[in-house]
Design a protein around this ligand. Sequence first.
Ligand code: 3EB
Length: 327
Amino acid sequence: MVQGRENTRPAPRRAPRVSYRQADPAAVLAEPGALAVFGFGAGAATSDDPRWLRVALETFDAPAPLEIWQVDAPVTQGREGDLCWAAGGGWLYAAVELDEAVHGGPRATAATAYAQLRAFLAGRSERHVLRIWNYLADINQGEGDDERYKLFCEGRVDGMGDFFAEGFPAATAIGHHQAGARLQVYLLACDQAGERVENPRQVSAWRYPRQYGRSAPTFARAMALPAQDALAISGTAAVVGHASAHEDDLLAQLDETLANLEALLGSAGMGAGFDTQSPLKAYVRHAADAALVHDFLQRRLPGVPVLSLHGDICRQELLVEIDGWRY
Ligand code: 3EB
């Protein structure tokens, strides 16, 4: 007898759990289902485990927590050239870290990173990239179309080719301050597709006008995960339409950013607000603003786990950006 279609369609994959915790990296990596574990800043531990990444951004939180991705399945991991990966239960983590001195500037390095990720994904069942983070050095250095962020955007397009023809993943791109001009790119992919979400208050990034560079930024504002049980939210700042709002006004930028986050939740068909299960990151350009950002978010998003990181936003006039998860 022929089975009904409803019996052959796989159940949607439950979203990985993302959380922050003060813990020993080795102990967390030994927990069942640990897909990826992140430390922040130069003081973070080192480990040979491919699931461990030391992110090149300093945290303002002391002691610094780890970020932990967990799935409900056994995890296998490995390395392939410059690439580290881990997979389990239909989910895939992959990361590359490349030195610009070896690969030739922000554009060529981004192209190589994305080409390596694309080549790896081509041999995997988890080929739906849902979320990507990009951390590069000195993101605002250079003038006009040669600003390093804009060169990164060009290289990202060069390297991804038509891989994202079905649509772009949600993303973050932030500048770090570590010496050595290393590009870090890491992603979450799944063997099932997510659903892209745009923000009605903002022009979609890939439609930004020419003034923002030769290649528009290629990301979706957010991605609903396959079971619609979580929303992965891209780096979100005080951008309205395509323009930056409230130049040099930190609190007004924070207000506008929260309005954008709320608009995204609405656009995703989710209820308003964030809660204790919804970890966010705040990227703060000036260390001197970190306390104000912390106080603002404590007041406006009480109980929400927020990891504050020292990073440059890809437009010089933007002082703060927020990304994260809403479960
Ligand atoms: C913006 O709204 C702010 O280039 O991947 C946010 C998230 C931003 C991702 C990226 C850039 C990126 O345009 C900048």
